[in-house]
Design a protein around this ligand. Structure first.
Ligand SMILES: Nc1nc2c(c(=O)[nH]1)N[C@H]1C(S)=C(S)[C@@H](COP(=O)(O)OP(=O)(O)OC[C@H]3O[C@@H](n4cnc5c(=O)[nH]c(N)nc54)[C@H](O)[C@@H]3O)O[C@H]1N2
Ligand SMILES: Nc1nc2c(c(=O)[nH]1)N[C@H]1C(S)=C(S)[C@@H](COP(=O)(O)OP(=O)(O)OC[C@H]3O[C@@H](n4cnc5c(=O)[nH]c(N)nc54)[C@H](O)[C@@H]3O)O[C@H]1N2
Ligand SMILES: [Mo]
Length: 686
């Protein structure tokens, strides 16, 4: 049976290489491909579930048009494209092209994603979002401090003697990283986890610190203070490579360790133990996740965290460093693995007019022109955007919405026209990653199911109908067959000195990437040094030039507290879904049948909540009903529900979250969210 080497393009750290086993035009199995050294063990359960997903009976295989009764009926491609062209053309005539919102999110990686923007530029322009729901505050904090978002190769973690997993639940979200953690631990390394919840990642940790959510920056500064006071600083490294250490020293001494322990609500002894591990264990790697990066103070928080590997001289060494998001594969001049526009790229054609995190608020407020229509692809904003209620209203207020989708998601349900989306097996593309440094070829393995057409074909057909298929179209959006796509990819690779043939022997290391980041001690910051003090941070984001951290704006303590909603709600990612993808498959549903809230026994007892009870989680933005998992592994005063459940599954967590930006880079402060929990009688829950 033919095995086609390919790679998973989901928005996930791992970005696994794997083999697609094809028989009679169907995907029948998925095999590990050890040629990617970061993911040699092979794909996770989600990867294995592609066999079900690819040929799933619920897959959308024809264009669907909304009916008067709210349902959908299949229509032909000609009807669908004629209608889309007519409606968008009409809106362009009445209001101008920027009355169309082009919303693209993280559904798949690939260079061909750029064709969307190319099409809308041909259309005359559009409105699009800036910022991102995922990671921007951490990326910006890293760039401001170190100058670049690069880190050591994944397998280098096996050389660490101290590993700190901070707000990262790698055992669920980056399972391949745990292989290297295990290798390091087996060789005697120490593991510290910082997370308000006990997780699978903390199983082998010798120290688990469970701070009050959003206080991590305070914790980091307290550790730095102890390191400075007790000889844990590598003064030579700091002298040669760090800007602003003296002021940083003063900053960390503004707060006593006892005060920090009180703010974080952790034992002073735990902070001391943590600092001692940093002081005596080298090399040390801090793997920072996205958990504490989803608060309104997260840019400054992340800057405070980076100071620990910096002052201990753990940057630029094997086994040491800062691991957040490795953008080494961003070598095509594009902006991120998913091509999000930064806000300063408004060029009068593409209006970069809506903050992603505030979509529900910003979209209806836009004027001159107002947004009247939307095109959504690779995203499920009606589940994944904060403040779902407002986002729903904003979409409901539009004249015309097209959603390009594989399945009937909450967003697809709200469309006027649904166009069937390709799967990863149905078109060749080159994909990057954000943990390992390998470019990979996602090879076409199957003909599209049913009447599915890749986005590139949809765009070309629309361009013809809208009269914007003039010169250069083939350069911007490749023609239909795999040969045309491959030629287009060759042209993208050529400036890097690469060809598609280079991928015959497996993943290709991104040109310019190094196994140990910053080994040359070159830091591309304004001063050329690691910037603990950053004037750029102050200028761009209006924050203190030092990593001075405040509490999040909305927190269960401090001025943001509200007795009506005392519980801080966290909505982390989970093992068997990628956000809102995969949960509809039977292989996954067998393990994760429905949404639940993780709640501390004391909080549960206060509310008469017993295990498996139905619980209403609510605030004045919205509510959801989920079952209770009473678990002493979560901090008191916190609740957690994983994100990515569909409305039909009853777990739309973002009904409660608020559209609020992070302090830097227009990220989403999902976790600045307070709720109340209430036990429901069985009859009410039904
Ligand atoms: N299986 C799977 N893998 C994925 C994804 C997925 O959906 N499923 N999504 C991918 C994507 S897009 C992303 S962004 C990453 C994210 O993956 P991670 O970096 O692991 O981030 P999260 O899951 O958001 O949160 C991680 C942990 O942070 C904790 N946390 C919450 N608030 C705080 C806090 O204030 N302080 C601290 N210290 N910890 C806190 C949560 O309890 C959680 O255990 O995973 C990627 N990988
Ligand atoms: N409350 C809360 N909300 C969150 C988060 C959180 O931690 N808490 N995390 C945030 C983060 S980190 C992220 S990255 C976002 C993710 O938010 P989204 O990017 O919206 O993620 P998905 O839920 O994966 O939705 C992607 C959609 O793309 C579709 N798709 C897949 N492949 C293709 C394709 O080739 N073409 C087209 N047209 N469609 C395709 C899938 O079927 C799926 O419905 O969610 C954010 N939302
Ligand atoms: Mo993300």
């Amino acid at each position: 049976m033919p095995v086609i080497a390919t790679a998973c393009p989901r928005n996930c750290y791992s970005t696994c290489a794997f083999g697609a086993v094809v028989e009679d035009g169907r995907l029948v199995a998925v095999e590990p491909d050890p040629r990617n050294p970061a993911t040699a063990e092979g794909p996770c359960l989600k990867g294995l579930s592609y066999v079900e997903r690819q040929h799933h009976p619920d897959r959308i295989l024809t264009p669907l048009r909304r009916q008067d009764d709210g349902g959908f009926a299949p229509i032909s491609w000609d009807e669908a494209l004629d209608e889309a062209a007519r409606r968008f053309g009409d809106i362009r005539e009445r209001f101008g092209p920027q009355a169309v919102l082009y919303y693209a999110a993280s559904g798949t990686k690939g260079l061909l994603n750029g064709c969307g923007e190319a099409f809308w530029r041909r259309f005359g322009g559009c409105t699009t979002t800036y910022g991102d729901l995922c990671w921007p505050a951490g990326l910006e904090a890293t760039r401001l401090t170190l100058g670049d978002n690069i880190h050591n190769d994944p397998d280098d973690l096996a050389h660490a003697r101290l590993i700190v997993m901070w707000g990262k639940n790698a055992a669920e979200t980056n399972i391949h990283q745990m292989c290297f953690v295990d290798q390091a631990l087996d060789a005697g390394a120490r593991l510290v986890v910082v997370d308000p919840r006990r997780t699978q990642t903390s199983e082998r940790a010798e120290l688990l610190i469970q701070p009050r959510p959003g206080t991590d920056g305070v914790l980091a500064l307290a550790v730095a203070r102890l390191l400075i006071d007790h000889g844990g600083v590598q003064h030579e490294f700091v002298r040669d490579h760090v800007l602003g250490f003296e002021e940083f020293d003063a900053l960390v001494h503004e707060l006593s360790v006892d005060e920090a322990a009180r703010i974080c609500d952790v034992q002073r002894g735990a902070i001391e133990r943590f600092a001692e591990l940093w002081a005596v264990t080298r090399p040390a790697t801090l793997c920072a996740g996205f958990g504490m990066q989803r608060y309104s103070n997260s840019g400054q928080t992340m800057r405070a965290l980076i100071s620990l590997p910096v002052i201990t001289g753990n940057i630029g060494v094997s086994g040491g460093g800062w691991v957040y998001a490795n953008l080494a594969t961003q070598v095509f001049g594009t902006r991120s693995p998913f091509d999000f526009l930064p806000p300063d790229q408004d060029d009068g054609v593409v209006r970069v007019g809506v903050s992603t995190s505030r979509l529900g608020r910003d979209l209806p407020a836009l004027t001159d022109p107002p947004v009247r229509a939307a095109w959504v692809e690779r995203g499920n904003p009606l589940a994944q955007q904060p403040e779902t209620g407002r986002v729903r209203e904003a979409f409901a207020g539009l004249e015309f919405t097209v959603v390009v989708e594989q399945f009937m998601t909450d967003t697809a349900r709200a469309a006027d026209l649904i166009l069937p989306a390709k799967s990863m097996f149905e078109q060749t593309d080159v994909i990057g990653a954000y943990w390992h440094p390998y470019l990979q070829l996602r090879r076409k393995a199957l003909e599209p199911e049913g009447e599915v057409r890749p986005e590139t074909e949809i765009y070309r057909a629309l361009a013809t109908r809208l009269g914007c298929d003039g010169p250069g179209l083939d350069d911007e959006i490749p023609g239909p067959d795999d040969t045309a796509v491959r030629c287009w990819l060759e042209r993208k690779l050529a400036p890097l000195g690469l060809t598609l043939a280079d991928f015959d022997s497996g993943p290709v290391r991104a040109p310019g990437s190094e196994a140990v980041a910053f080994a040359d001690r070159v830091f591309p910051t304004p001063s050329g040094r690691i910037e603990l003090r950053s004037e750029e941070a102050a200028r761009r984001w209006g924050v203190d030039p030092l990593p001075r951290v405040a509490l999040p704006e909305i927190s269960s303590v401090g001025s943001g507290a509200d007795p009506a909603t005392p519980l801080q709600m966290m909505t982390p990612n989970t093992k068997n879904r990628i956000h809102s993808q995969f949960g509809n498959l039977s292989l996954i549903a067998a393990r994760d049948p429905g949404p639940f809230v993780q709640i501390h026994p004391d909080d549960a007892a206060d509310r008469g909540i017993a295990p498996d009870d139905w619980v209403r989680l609510f605030n004045d933005r919205g509510e959801l009903t989920v079952s209770a998992v009473v678990d002493a592994g979560i901090r008191r005063g916190c609740v957690a529900v994983t994100n990515g459940w569909w409305g039909a599954q009853g777990g739309l967590v973002n009904l409660t979250s608020e559209g609020r930006e992070t302090d830097m880079a227009h990220g989403a402060a999902f976790h600045d969210n307070l709720v109340q929990a209430e036990r429901l009688d069985r009859s009410e829950a039904m």
